[in-house]
Design a protein around this ligand. Structure first.
Ligand SMILES: [Zn+2]
Length: 414
């Protein structure tokens, strides 16, 4: 550690030397200003910059436009240190630790792993700024995708390509839930729904015919935003994953309406599947209401009805539910709603047919994603997010998990 400290110190001294820009030559003392006029060289100005080897001092020419009074430091643009006192290398570290864990934890990691002293606030600001920049670049790409203005992906055929969607609540600060009803009637909401989508591929199945997901093939998108916006975001991701070369396309989710709206709008022709375990859960809820505290009766009822569900005989199941005689109006309403759920989703519940095609029928991947992508970073106790902050961190986190973090820095350099 002591040697590392000394090496950093020597490195910082050497780097500071390199970062002393000379006074520009006479013919380079004006440059164009964004107002259309010319800015003039004024003087050398210095500022501290924290780099991977510690604090350095950079001294560079300052230009001022006499017409619009805008100042500029061309060297800052070249070094990618405009409006910041952190080098790109340090900002990359802050972004990485900031997407992984609470910001103060990130500050401690910076100290231990890189011997760099930064404040918790600095980790937060940098991570959010980079996340916001990633999100903005993504919006630009989404716009081009919607305009069908993206280069064609050239790849080999993909046997199975899956899109899964889900939502999970992220705890937010009070102002983000104004006018929104919570889950409990009369109570204000404490969370906002973050939507998560994932894309993965399958090439084969096991000896019993069950689908096997391709290793490391999953990528994610996540944001707190309306379904319409999220649909476009997911469309871009699916497009990047070479949708047009997929032989079988599948959209998998629970019964939520927004999921199927997105599927119909952006992924026409895909096989739609309601997660089998969600569908079973609907039956279990009903069994508990029909036979409160009678476990044996619940199980007996489940055996009959789950067989219909697993067997894809949804019309029979709906008829069976509708034939239940209930005098309690609350229960009658529950039965009516559940029968409607199965009826509406009948074609998404042909499980034996899906299994024959060796398809996944469960949304385990997206549910695990809700925990690893969103929950572990955004839902720890004591966390309250702004929508802006959460979306920046989610954009950053997906970029990292999708293995595209370095692509972002490449694009910045370009
Ligand atoms: Zn100007």
């Amino acid at each position: 550690m002591a040697v590392r400290s000394a090496m950093h110190h020597a490195g910082a001294t050497a780097l500071s030397e390199l970062l002393q820009f000379p006074v520009p030559a006479t013919e380079q003392r004006t440059l164009s200003c964004s107002c259309g006029q010319r800015a003039h060289y004024r003087e050398l100005r210095s500022k501290p910059v924290l780099t991977a080897v510690g604090k350095v001092e950079v001294s560079r020419p300052y230009y001022l436009c006499p017409h619009c009074h805008a100042g500029q430091f061309p060297a800052d643009a070249e070094l990618d240190i405009e409006n910041t006192e952190f080098s790109p290398g340090v900002r990359r570290m802050q972004a990485m630790v900031g997407q992984e864990a609470p910001f103060d934890h990130g500050r401690q990691q910076m100290k231990l792993l890189a011997d760099l002293e930064v404040t918790t606030k600095a980790v937060e600001r940098t991570a959010e700024a980079i996340g916001a920049d990633i999100a903005a670049r993504e919006q630009d790409e989404i716009h081009r995708a919607v305009q069908l203005d993206l280069p064609i992906v050239i790849g080999k055929p993909i046997p199975f390509l899956y899109v899964q969607l889900d939502g999970t609540g992220v705890p937010v600060v009070k102002k983000e839930t104004v006018g929104r009803a919570g889950k409990t009637e009369g109570q204000p909401a404490h969370t906002r729904e973050a939507k998560l989508g994932c894309v993965f591929t399958q090439t084969t199945w096991d000896k019993d015919g069950y689908a096997i997901r391709d290793l490391d093939s999953t990528t994610y998108v996540a944001a707190i935003e309306p379904a319409e916006e999220f649909g476009k975001r997911l469309y871009l991701e699916v497009w990047k994953r070479d949708w047009s070369h997929a032989e079988k396309k599948v959209v998998l989710g629970d019964g939520a309406e927004w999921i199927w709206n997105i599927a119909n709008q952006h992924f026409p022709g895909a096989i739609q599947i309601v997660d089998l375990f969600h569908a079973r859960q609907h039956l279990w809820d009903l069994a508990r209401k029909l036979y409160p505290n009678q476990e044996a009766e619940q199980r007996r009822w489940m055996m009959i009805h789950q067989n219909m569900l697993d067997g894809g005989k949804i019309e029979d199941l709906v008829a069976a539910l509708r034939s239940i005689d209930s005098s309690i109006s609350e229960l009658a309403e529950k039965i009516r709603v559940e029968a409607g759920y199965f009826e509406k989703n009948a074609d998404r519940m042909r499980y034996p047919e899906f299994r024959r095609q060796h398809l996944f029928v469960g949304s385990g991947v997206i549910e695990a994603g809700c925990k690893t992508v969103i929950g572990s970073r955004c839902k720890q106790s004591g966390m309250f997010w702004t929508v802006r902050g959460a979306n920046a961190i989610l954009a950053l986190r997906c970029q990292h998990i999708n293995g595209r973090f370095e692509d972002y820095w490449e694009a910045r350099r370009a």
